[in-house]
Design a protein around this ligand. Structure first.
Ligand SMILES: *[C@@H]1O[C@H](CO)[C@@H](O)[C@H](O)[C@H]1NC(C)=O
Ligand SMILES: *[C@@H]1O[C@H](CO)[C@@H](O)[C@H](O)[C@H]1NC(C)=O
Length: 463
């Protein structure tokens, strides 16, 4: 059993380079933040992605935006936003309770943190919480709305809101609807608006396209054999080591700690932190090396289920892709014919599963090699990291600038950081000409038809 792999564990104490982000003012050791909090993937806090927000949740740095000329001004903004922090789903609550019961009944270790779990911590998660937005999630969206309005004061403005120039579209899930309402509440409280209600449109075809794409549902989402890489990794040596270390810390037999138990343990630490901002005793079950393995397992799943693993994953978002570009086109046309832009701002609220296929379609976070069960060791510097890409309230913003004389520019921002469209290399700064962006994505703009891509069986003439 001890092969090459056995030796590979030792160098993993190297902490992967996540410090390349803006003004990293936070001290390394904050006792209230679990050292493993930056590995929580889609259960992570937005503040871990932009740590300067820990000090000031409304901090905005406008000089990150650098239009090529002073006369450039924003004419359209689309924000696609994931819902805020939420409760676990019923399925995960069940797993967490099972693990909690095991720890209470069978753990014989004598650590203080273990006594704390056994004697002081109470299982407070219930199945009826079923993924609902928590108070922290309400705050996530309120604060994001205020920061975006500070970053783009001419776009997300009181005037535009009152004039109905900010349109809200949401997934029908309660956590998304409530996130949309929270975003609006952030703006109305900022501008002391008490006399008006702002509506929203529910649109699952746009924000939950993944459920309606038959090919994706059949071939990936409900096809267990699509997840073989995850299955292999879950049974592999790295994961086995995590299980053994948890069993050792609890002093229970190895065979009691299953894949589900390890997952539940990780969730318990992650949810306690995301929801209540506490560094709970559950977090003591993992060291940083373990958390990196957990992060990889979750990234592996997202890679094959929503990312580059299968072509249909990204193609399922064709409908959202065209929706965004048709609005950009419309804004340019209206501007060129001297009219006011009719849809100045669109705020669209959905899920991690909404954003990831779109990121993938656009080519973001693509590494040279695919993530597999066998290349954990060589993927430590990968860009495909859901902890960085998809925390709660993750957002993708596209801002269209008019620089005069037919010069339109498109600036994408990921989680409030300006980024460049991958592959658009001949552009110097990150604010490329809109026409170059369209040229870059011309195959998708001329194709990427949701109906065609998502149909299960092609007729003989189309094969
Ligand atoms: C704001 O952003 C600019 C450009 O990225 C950077 O040079 C500057 O240090 C930032 N300011 C603060 C206060 O972080
Ligand atoms: C949504 O928000 C409303 C009021 O703001 C609250 O009454 C309701 O319980 C929330 N629903 C969910 C599912 O979070």
């Amino acid at each position: 059993m001890i092969t090459l792999w056995g030796n590979i564990f030792i160098p993993f104490t190297i902490i992967t380079g996540l410090s390349c982000f803006r003004h990293d003012v936070v001290p390394e050791e904050n006792p209230n933040i679990p050292p493993i909090a930056k590995y929580f993937c889609t259960k992570g806090r937005y503040e871990e992605v932009n740590p300067y927000l820990i000090e000031d949740i409304l901090a905005v740095n406008r000089s990150i935006l650098q239009p090529p000329a002073p006369q450039c001004h924003e004419i359209h903004l689309t924000a696609i936003i994931r819902h805020g922090t939420r409760y676990p789903t019923a399925k995960n609550v069940k797993k967490m309770r099972k693990f909690y019961n095991l720890v209470r009944s069978s753990a014989t270790g004598t650590h203080n943190w273990l006594r704390e779990i056994q004697n002081l911590w109470a299982m407070w998660y219930t199945e009826d919480m079923d993924g609902r937005l928590v108070q922290k999630g309400v705050e996530d969206l309120k604060h994001l709305a205020i920061r975006l309005s500070k970053l783009f004061p001419s776009m997300i403005s009181e005037e535009k809101l009152r004039n109905g120039l900010i349109k809200f579209i949401t997934s029908s899930k309660h956590r998304c609807v409530n996130s949309t309402l929270s975003f609006q509440a952030g703006l109305t409280s900022l501008w002391d608006i008490a006399d008006v209600e702002f509506g929203h449109e529910m649109n699952d075809a746009l924000m939950r396209f993944f459920e309606l794409c038959h090919k994706f549902v059949q071939e990936v989402d409900s096809n267990p054999s699509a997840m073989t890489e995850l299955d292999k990794f879950s049974k592999g040596l790295e994961m086995m080591r995590v299980q053994q270390k948890i069993a050792d810390r609890l002093e229970v037999p190895y065979n009691l700690i299953t894949d589900d138990m390890v997952e539940a343990a990780f969730y318990l630490c992650a949810y306690e932190f995301a929801i209540k901002t506490v560094n709970s005793p559950w977090c003591r079950l993992f060291d940083e090396v373990d958390a990196q393995v957990m992060e990889y397992a979750i990234d592996l799943k997202q890679f094959w289920k929503r990312g580059y693993g299968y072509d249909i994953n990204s193609k399922s978002s064709c409908i959202l892709f065209h929706d965004v570009f048709s609005r950009l086109d419309k804004a340019v046309k209206e501007k060129q014919s001297g009219e006011q832009v009719s849809e100045a701002v669109t705020v669209q609220v959905g899920h991690a599963e909404t954003l990831l296929p779109l990121f993938t379609l656009l080519g973001f976070f693509k590494d040279t090699d695919p993530l597999t069960s066998a290349n954990y060791a060589t993927q430590t510097q990968r860009s495909f990291r859901t902890s960085q890409m998809l925390p709660y309230a993750a957002n993708f913003v596209m801002v269209l600038y008019d620089c005069g004389g037919g010069d339109f520019r498109l600036q994408p921002l990921l989680n409030e950081n300006p980024v460049a469209f991958p592959g658009l290399t001949n552009q110097q700064a990150s604010m490329p000409l809109y026409q170059d962006v369209k040229q870059h994505y011309s195959d998708l703009l001329n194709g990427c038809d949701f109906e065609t891509e998502c149909q299960l069986f092609k007729g003989p003439s189309e094969v």
